[in-house]
Design a protein around this ligand. Sequence first.
Ligand code: MN
Length: 230
Amino acid sequence: MNLPTAQAPTLAKTSDGRDFPVRRVFCVGRNYAAHAREMGRDPDREPPFYFAKWAETVVPSGSKVTYPPKTANYHYEAELVVAIGVGGRNISTESALEHVWGYATGLDMTRRDLQLEARGQGRPWSTGKNFEQSAPLGLIHPVSEVGHLAKGPIELTVNGETKQKGDLEELIWPVEDVIANRSTLYTLQPGDLIFTGTPAGVGPVVPGDVVKVTIEGLSDTVITIVPPEA
Ligand code: MN
């Protein structure tokens, strides 16, 4: 048997047409109070936490995303994504934003039934969160173009109907706190992406649905859900 051929690293696109090599994908859980409550948790007592996805789960806006196997409750989660440009560890909150290359819209697609089953059994969330095409991503806009995003509307529509509507200023842990905290657990690397959490209003999609994430100042993420191949 031949050895597998090495695959090119996942490349995201920047707003000025360059390739952004994705290193790792980290996600923050329950970073908006209203979403923590809709998931049956108390945001005042449970700080946010992290899970991860493979870099190859990132797919560009405009993709046809295949309805994944082994789920009957496939959910969207609209998120602000931070693209890291400068690595480091034990980063202070005050200097954290100096590590940001840019920002994008994104989707933390979730097999909710598998996630909740794992949560109930005290097992890892991997099968619920980390699977093919589970991290659709818009163009990454450099800080030099859009500055830092601390407030502004974040919205998600399905087939044009608003399902999630929040504001970045509602983040329990804003971007600088997430970077500082995460850098105590991992050494931040250039190319890391951080999905910062989703506002309330998560829900299911089915094949044929068009899902759009909008954050003021950034390019949209738009995907179309397609049925699995027979
Ligand atoms: Mn999420």
